[in-house]
Design a protein around this ligand. Structure first.
Ligand code: NDP
Length: 294
């Protein structure tokens, strides 16, 4: 049976490190990091994320600023808010919750955020810095995947990593991060031929697709580390349950280690968002940043 990779416990640990770092920054540098979250519309999943983010931001000792705009808000209004937050000295991190309603160009909004405050790491400048090995704000979910993989496997150098999914927010940045870890990286997507065969080669298999339980245990290499990013809501028997992109029951019998859903990658995302906000605040104020990414 695979060892369970407890993302919830690792996230608690990281949030503790972040909280201690903030206590120190406030005492030594009179610096309190601040995170602004912009939510447009009332997507229920996004509302839950934003609520959790706000709560954990305050628990970590940061200032939390929340902006909830109607679903019908126009692009110019959102861009004007982003400009205001860019200029606000109390705000060190800006996160615009995705998805945005169709009348708003998400790329335009993401690229309007000051790259130094882009704690999601989605701005084209941070994406370019990541791709070219420069210091940058790293997208939170892929960063969480790497930390969990390292916890399970130790040094990732030389491993065959297969990422299923090539989105800008998970798959693509994860390619860069795993290359930095000296993995040999394969990226699969909806046009990939013989996905099962590709997955079976992976010492480290990351699923970021958004299709419930599409990867069965039979596709997992014996002893591999499986990181399941997928969050899929399945309705049934009066309640919804969450499942990943990996069929957990069959995969845990084959894998060496595996993340559960929920309780795997999910909790890491907010923990790393808080860490990124501390890193951004330190950079903006010229204070040496603590190492929060062990
Ligand atoms: P996207 O929909 O943006 O991307 C999905 C990717 O999966 C695409 O690259 C697509 O390929 C690929 N894909 C779709 N169908 C198949 C298939 N049959 N075989 C192989 N590849 C396929 O999703 P995201 O990256 O935004 O999210 C992926 C999952 O991760 C979702 O469940 C999401 O909820 C979850 N997630 C969890 C987070 C967290 O834990 N905090 C954060 C972000 C996402 P193509 O490019 O060819 O279309």
């Amino acid at each position: 049976m695979a060892t369970l990779i407890d993302g919830k416990a690792v996230a608690v640990e990281i949030r503790g490190v972040v909280r201690d770092a903030i206590t120190k920054l406030r005492a030594d540098n009179d610096l309190q990091p601040g995170l602004a979250v912009v939510l447009v519309g009332s997507d229920p999943a996004s509302e839950v994320y934003v609520r959790n983010k706000g709560k954990q931001t305050v628990e970590a000792g940061m200032q939390s600023f929340e902006y909830k705009l109607d679903a019908g808000t126009d692009e110019a209004t959102v861009l004007a808010l982003v400009e205001r937050l860019n200029a606000d000295g109390k705000v060190h991190g800006i996160l615009v919750q995705l998805p945005l309603p169709p009348q708003i160009d998400a790329d335009k909004v993401i690229n309007a955020v000051n790259p130094d405050k882009d704690v999601d790491g989605f701005h084209v400048i941070n994406a370019g810095r990541l791709a070219t090995g420069q210091k940058c704000l790293v997208p939170c979910t892929p960063a969480g995947c790497v930390i969990l993989a390292r916890r399970a496997l130790g040094d990732l150098s030389g491993l065959d990593a297969v990422i299923v999914g090539r989105s800008n927010i998970v798959g693509k940045p994860l390619v860069q991060l795993l290359l930095n870890e000296n993995c040999t990286v394969t990226v699969a997507h909806s046009r990939t031929r013989d996905l099962a065969e590709k997955c079976r080669r992976a010492d480290l298999l990351v699923a970021a697709v958004g299709r419930p339980e599409m990867i069965p245990g039979a596709w997992v290499k014996p002893g591999a580390c499986v990181i399941d990013v997928g969050i899929n809501r399945i309705a049934g028997e009066g309640k919804t349950r969450l499942v990943g992109d990996v069929e957990f029951a069959s995969a845990e019998k084959i894998a060496g280690s595996i993340t559960p859903v929920p309780g795997g990658v999910g909790p890491m995302t907010i923990a790393l968002l808080l860490a990124n906000t501390v890193t951004a605040a330190c950079a903006i104020h010229g204070v040496e940043a603590p190492d929060l990414f062990k």
